[in-house]
Design a binder for this molecule. Structure first.
Ligand code: 6PG
Length: 471
């Protein structure tokens, strides 16, 4: 009896995704070079499921029914190419290989073309939700070969998270669209995490709330319109005691943020395609700034800050920060989604925005109640170029904007860095301004470089011999 599916890579994500597939009634074989991971695989499987492991790639491939359906869950970059080089000679025409890691979308496009020359179907597929998601229901973003998608669709729908009985998976578009959507998901994830950390700083350092109080605030927030996975886990983080010291674990964690590249790729892509996503850029830059720990220590001594003037009414302040965070989160999604709109045109991905927000409602790291609101907006108009242009969303935004202004006012006057929140406000103010001061930039460009400009009152392109008064 041959196996329905194969999984290459039995690390945390691969193993959990494999068990999820098995629990849903599909037989699955696993491969990893690490013998220990292979032996542990069968012990961890649910009784009654059909799971088998091997550290021989030949044996693994021979175990699979034809056409083979193989999921790769190995680190992005060279490891994916290494696996493909080794496995290609063992596969036959019509087999399907699905890369479920966080691969760079340009690598995915290259691999699609490469495997197609052998008659093999290659799909890039974003999977979000971490370890628990992989095991019990992630959000799954497949793209690429439509025929291949249809043959794995029943499995994907079975293992994905469910919202109102609907699976959090859908076809994200052609070529590397699946990995592109996952990359932007991660860019938004970076932005929201940055905004939550700034809100924490404002409440903790600014209003002197203790971890107990922060737990309560985030609990309230999670029960209201800020309801989301990231707020929920942040709530729990405030409660976690440390096993080494007798305080909270959070207070012992060094303030240097790591990253694996997806946030940076999102920013690079936005620059490349002429899309403004300043809050995602700010989130990437903030992680970079955080890594200058030694310099920050020196600079904090050289430029000591005056004492923070605590807000007069803590309750009101908490509410304002919550509203500011809500609006800033909304505008972070807005920026990411606007990049998807542009990329979809540019690369002919044909990304269905409505399905993107639909499948982000459950399973993924950026799942939140807000996505339901976005889903309603895209249902009304699937071609909405920017979420902010939706009537209902404009009402939400208008009800929160003054809180964002006040929160940033407090932050700037007290020297608390809010790179994320400030970019949200600056983006919003620019996006909603009919006449920006770039008429002056155009004049300067034409002055020193004859770069020409357009006029408000006439069509055409103009150049002026600007007069210098420097006689
Ligand atoms: C997810 C996460 C996941 C992972 C990121 C973290 O959707 O499940 O985004 O993909 O946690 O790789 O990225 P950084 O290490 O760059 O923060």
């Amino acid at each position: 009896e041959k196996f329905n599916y194969g999984m290459v890579g039995l690390g945390v994500m691969g193993r959990n995704l494999l068990y999820n597939i098995a629990d849903n009634g599909f037989s699955i074989a696993g491969f990893d070079l690490d013998k220990l991971k292979v032996t542990e695989l069968e012990d961890g499987a649910t009784a009654g499921t059909t799971v088998s492991g091997t550290d021989s790639l030949e044996e693994f491939v021979a175990k699979l029914e034809i056409p083979r359906k193989i999921v790769l869950m190995v680190p992005a970059g060279k490891p994916v190419d290494a696996v493909l080089e080794n496995i290609k000679p063992l596969l036959t025409k019509g087999d399907i290989v699905i890369d479920a890691g966080n691969s760079y979308f340009k690598d995915t496009n290259r691999r699609v073309a490469d495997l197609a020359t052998l008659g093999l179907h290659f799909m890039g597929m974003g999977v979000s939700g971490g370890e628990k998601g992989a095991r019990f229901g992630p959000s799954i973003m497949p793209g690429g070969d439509l025929e291949a998608f249809h043959s794995v669709r029943p499995m994907l729908e079975a293992i994905a998270a469910k919202v109102n009985g609907e699976s959090c998976t859908a076809y994200m578009g052609k070529d590397a669209a699946g990995h592109y959507v996952k990359m932007v998901h991660n860019g938004i994830e970076y932005a929201i995490m940055q905004l939550i950390s700034e809100s924490y700083d404002l409440l903790h350092r600014g209003a002197e709330l203790s971890n107990y109080q922060l737990y309560e605030v985030f609990k309230d927030w999670n029960n209201g319109e800020l309801n989301s996975f990231l707020i929920e886990i942040t709530r729990d983080i405030f409660q976690q005691k440390d096993s080494v010291s007798d305080g909270f674990l959070l207070d012992q964690i060094l303030d240097k943020a790591g990253s694996k590249g997806t946030g940076k790729w999102t920013s690079e892509e936005a620059l490349e395609n002429g899309v403004a996503i300043p809050t995602i850029d700010a989130a990437v830059a903030s992680r970079t700034l955080s890594s200058y720990k030694d310099e920050r220590i020196l600079a904090s001594k050289l430029y000591p800050k005056s004492e923070i003037a605590k807000p007069g009414n803590t309750e009101l302040f908490v509410q304002e920060v919550g509203d500011a965070l809500f609006l800033a989160t909304l505008i972070s999604y807005t920026q990411g989604l606007s990049l998807l709109v542009k990329a979809s045109e540019e690369y002919h991905f044909e990304i269905p925005l409505k399905d993107v927000v639909k499948i982000w409602r459950g399973g993924c790291i950026i799942r939140s109640s807000l996505l339901e609101t976005f889903y309603a907006a895209y249902t009304e108009d699937p071609n909405l170029s920017n979420i902010l242009l939706n009537e209902n969303i404009s009402k939400l935004v208008k009800s929160k904007i003054s809180s964002l202004r006040k929160t940033i006012g407090f932050a700037t006057s007290n020297g608390i860095s809010t790179l994320g929140l400030q970019t949200v406000l600056a983006y919003f103010d620019a996006y909603t301004t009919e006449n920006l001061p770039v008429n002056l930039i155009q004049a300067q460009r034409d002055y020193f470089g004859a770069h020409t400009y357009q006029r408000k009152d006439q069509d055409g392109v103009f150049h002026t011999q600007w007069e210098s008064t420097n006689h």
